[in-house]
Structure formats: structure tokens, C-alpha cells
Design a protein around this ligand. Structure first.
Ligand SMILES: NC(=O)c1ccc[n+]([C@@H]2O[C@H](COP(=O)([O-])OP(=O)(O)OC[C@H]3O[C@@H](n4cnc5c(N)ncnc54)[C@H](OP(=O)(O)O)[C@@H]3O)[C@@H](O)[C@H]2O)c1
Length: 302
């Protein structure tokens, strides 16, 4: 069990553990108490949830009693009754109650297209995000599933810049995300990844067109993993995908129901970094590939 997780500094001066445990996807709308407790006892301190996952109260129950200073908690804003007068603060206060905390470390707009029914709505929602931060209900604010167009829209009024953009991010989507990644770099927005293990998850794999790319990448991951394996510790393809995220300065949000994988994820931080030669080999293996697994966010490719 690893207790010390490396952190990444965000543009508002706060720090975030580079790897986080998510309660979405496989755990969404489920009682995640036991799985989250397992992640906590194995060494995770960074937890990622969302209002739409409908399990904030289970995460709150799992984390109860742990000193708040030892935790990093993210939740995300879902679609709310903006036209009817409901506010971002109203929704966040409900989340805080469920999470049994006075503040979250990071609050994200989950999906921009949930807030574009009326002109100016998205900008107003971002202004309200800035206001809840000023009130101390969250330490940092950021976004998720924002493409360059939506980022430009919320930045237009000179308000605070989001500290992170949480997006589907893995080697198969890297080449097609260059414009967004350049925009992040220009504005000091850290890329936060979900779906980072997608290239090796069978049910997320694409059609036959993706098979050669997948095979090429798997060979490279195997080679890099073997070169880091010892008699005492076998390194996996999963770990090499997470290592690539860490190497590229990306925050990795992942999840698992299995203790062995949770331990493996946490052990990734201490594995040797990619060498420049390995990076070239890795980049050659993914050249020309662009494959999105979370099709619901296809607008990200506009
Ligand atoms: N902002 C957003 O819109 C958004 C969208 C999606 C996710 N998220 C966040 O990101 C978190 C992680 O998302 P994710 O599930 O996409 O992460 P991921 O790291 O890509 O995948 C983790 C999942 O992969 C499975 N897995 C791991 N290694 C595997 C292997 N070798 N073969 C087959 N399955 C394997 C795990 O299942 P086992 O239980 O079997 O280990 C686990 O369910 C979510 O919980 C959520 O908090 C955010």
C-alpha cells in the first residue's frame, strides 16, 4: 500500500494528487461505499465523483472519519433548473451535505452542453462557479468535456481560468486532441484524464479498423512493461498507460473493483519514467490514430 502520492500544482496554487479514484462509469448510480473504502485503505486520497453519478452520499459515508486534510475530493455540476432560478450554489450545498464536508477541493462543470439552452447561460454558470469558490465552498474550479470553443466562451469575460479540463484522454485520442492540448498549455489548464485505460478495455474497443493500431500499441506497452518488471514485481500494460499519462503531466482518474488493480495503479507513480527513445517508439505506434470511446462527447472533435 502506497501512502504518498505525487501531486501536480494547479494554476491557483493548490496541489492535486496525480492519480484519483473515480465513482463514475462502473460505479455510477451504485452503492460505492465498500469499493471506495477499499481504495482508501489501499492508499488513494483523491476521489472523483459527480452529482449525476447519484452516489455522492456513498462516497461521503466511505470517507467519514478520515481527517479532511488527508483527502482530495472532486464533484461535478450536472444540468440544473437554471431558467427556474436554481443556482450553482444550491446544487453544491446539496452535494456537500451528501459528501459530509464543508467544501470540495475541486468543482467542475461536468458537460458544457447541459448549460447552453439560452444564449449567455454557460458564461453565467461559470460566473456562478467563480462565486462558489469565493464563498469557500470549493478550493478550485474547473471544467470537463470542454472543447476549445466552450473554453473560449467562458474565458471571454476575463473571469477566473479553470484549473483543469477533465476529458477522455489516452493514447488513441492524443493526436486528435492537439489543438485542445495546445490551448490548455497556453492558459495553464491541466489536462485531467478519464478513460485512460480504454485502449486495453475490450468493451471500449472500436471496430476492425482499430485492430492494427491496438496491436501495435499493445506490443510497445508489453515491451516497456517487461523492461520494468523484476522477479518481485511484474509491471502491467495498465501501468504503462497510466505512466504515460503521468509522464505527459496529466492527472489520471481511474477506478477498479479489484484490490490487485488498485495496488497496481498506486504503484505506477514509482516506476521509471519513459526514456526519450521509448517516447519516440510510443508516438510512432499511435501515429495517425484517433479513436474516441465515449461517443456521447463526439462534439469534442468539432
Ligand atoms: N468527466 C466525465 O465525463 C467522465 C466520464 C467517464 C469517467 N469519468 C471519471 O473517471 C473515472 C474513471 O473512468 P473509467 O472507468 O473510464 O477509467 P479507466 O481507468 O479507463 O477504466 C477503469 C475500468 O477499467 C477496468 N479495467 C482496468 N483494467 C482492465 C483490463 N486490463 N481489462 C479489462 N478491464 C479493465 C476496471 O474494471 P475492474 O473493476 O475489473 O478493475 C475499471 O472499471 C470514473 O469513475 C469517473 O469518476 C468522468
Amino acid at each position: 500500500m502506497q501512502t504518498q502520492t505525487e501531486t501536480i500544482k494547479l494554476r491557483d496554487g493548490t496541489r492535486i494528487p496525480w492519480i484519483g479514484f473515480g465513482t463514475g462509469t462502473a460505479l455510477s448510480r451504485k452503492d460505492c461505499t465498500e469499493t471506495t473504502k477499499l481504495a482508501l485503505t489501499r492508499g488513494f486520497s483523491h476521489f472523483d465523483t459527480a452529482q449525476s453519478y447519484k452516489n455522492e452520499e456513498y462516497l461521503g459515508a466511505a470517507l467519514e472519519g478520515v481527517p479532511r486534510s488527508q483527502l482530495y475530493i472532486t464533484t461535478k455540476l450536472m444540468k440544473f433548473d437554471w431558467a427556474g432560478g436554481q443556482t450553482v450554489e444550491d446544487t453544491l450545498r446539496v452535494s456537500l451535505k451528501k459528501l459530509k464536508t464543508d467544501f470540495v477541493d475541486l468543482f467542475l462543470i461536468h458537460v458544457p452542453i447541459d448549460h447552453i439552452d439560452k444564449p449567455g447561460q454557460l458564461k453565467d454558470v461559470w460566473k456562478q462557479m467563480c462565486d462558489v469558490k469565493k464563498k469557500g465552498l470549493t478550493r478550485s474550479i474547473g471544467v470537463s468535456n470542454f472543447n476549445v470553443r466552450y473554453l473560449k466562451e467562458i474565458l471571454a469575460d476575463g473571469l477566473e481560468v479553470p484549473v483543469v479540463n477533465q476529458i477522455e484522454f489516452h493514447p488513441f485520442i492524443y493526436n486528435g486532441s492537439k489543438a485542445l492540448l495546445d490551448f490548455h498549455a497556453e492558459h495553464g489548464i491541466v489536462t485531467e484524464s478519464y478513460g485512460g485505460l480504454s485502449p486495453i478495455i475490450p468493451k471500449r474497443q472500436g471496430d476492425e479498423a482499430e485492430i492494427p493500431a491496438r496491436e501495435k500499441l499493445m506490443k510497445v506497452l508489453d515491451k516497456f512493461a517487461a523492461s520494468r518488471s523484476t522477479a518481485a514485481q511484474e509491471v502491467s500494460q495498465n501501468q504503462m498507460l497510466l505512466k504515460w499519462l503521468q509522464y505527459t503531466g496529466t492527472i489520471a482518474v481511474t477506478t477498479s473493483s479489484k484490490e490487485s488493480r488498485i495496488d497496481e495503479y498506486l504503484a505506477t507513480g514509482s516506476l521509471p519514467d519513459f526514456t526519450p527513445e521509448e517516447l519516440s517508439e510510443f508516438n510512432a505506434a499511435i501515429e495517425g490514430v484517433h479513436f474516441r470511446c465515449f461517443k456521447v462527447f463526439d462534439y469534442m472533435d468539432e
